[in-house]
Design a protein around this ligand. Structure first.
Ligand code: MG
Length: 272
């Protein structure tokens, strides 16, 4: 009896070990599995030695990442606290009347209008720091609202959103009314925020039609909040995004006109 039971148990164990795939129908073999797709650059006879796939030129330039007051050595320093040399008033290209502070920052001078760089830029990497005033005032879109317009046209929102809900496609670090940020990564009100922005211009044909959308990537205090999003057009307060043909343009900072008291500091840009 014991022997019979042991034999039965052995048969059961064997049955459970039987490969189950043998009962499954053959899986279809896709003609182009990911492993089989080789980039056109790498067609031809496959190298068999490591050195055959090692490049020694072009040699990338060497950049000191902390070359000029913390900015990369190949960056254009747009504002380091010493003055407004690189900036003009948007309305009439006159000298900037925003406040230059002793701590190396600048603050929006309410109802004087936007400021913009003298120089025009296309594809860029931008670093900019901003702060909303510790003394809270206003709510919704009227609490420390400013903005950073890439190419003079596309606004990355600046706003004190802490305990201050608003429409999410207009909240802090939104591409205004186009792309909701992936997260709200603000520091406490009154502390300095950083934005690191990578912008690529749209492309237009000779007829002025857009043939390739621009893109925007935004990192807010080290957190990715806009991930190479498609710029659908301009970022108006009212109406649809528009796509006027354009070339390079200035970087513009917004005076929202409602006593925002937003400050900026440490602004540098690298042309890409
Ligand atoms: Mg704004």
């Amino acid at each position: 009896m014991i022997l019979r039971l042991l034999t039965l148990c052995g048969l059961l164990v064997l049955a459970s070990c039987k490969p189950q795939t043998a009962e499954m129908p053959d899986a279809p073999t896709p003609p182009d599995t990911p492993q089989a797709i080789i980039h056109e650059e790498y067609q031809g006879e496959e190298p068999t030695e490591p050195a055959q796939t090692e490049l020694y030129e072009p040699v990338p330039p060497t950049v000191d990442p902390f070359g000029q007051n913390g900015a990369p050595s190949d960056a254009i320093v747009l504002f380091d606290g010493s003055g407004f040399d690189q900036w003009i008033m948007t309305r009439d290209s006159s000298a900037v009347t925003w406040h230059l502070n002793e701590d190396g920052s600048m603050t929006v001078n309410d109802k004087t209008g936007d400021i913009q760089t003298r120089q025009n830029f296309g594809d860029v990497q931008l670093h900019i720091e901003w702060r909303s005033p510790a003394e809270v005032q206003g709510e919704n879109q009227s609490r420390a609202n400013s903005g950073i317009f890439l190419n003079d046209l596309y606004e990355v929102q600046v706003l004190d959103n802490n305990d201050n809900p608003t429409y999410v496609n207009g909240q802090v670090a939104s591409l205004y009314k186009q792309h909701i940020p992936l997260a709200k990564a603000s520091v406490p009100t009154g502390d300095w925020n950083t934005y690191d922005i990578i912008y690529h211009m749209p492309e237009f044909n000779e007829a002025g039609e857009k043939i390739k959308s621009g893109t925007m990537t935004v990192i807010h205090n080290g957190v990715l909040v806009q991930d190479h999003v498609e710029i659908k057009g301009t970022t108006p307060y009212i109406g649809w995004p528009k796509n006027p043909p354009h070339g390079k343009g200035p970087l513009r900072l917004q005076d929202h006109g409602d006593n925002s008291r937003v400050s900026y500091r440490n602004i540098w840009i690298r042309e890409l």
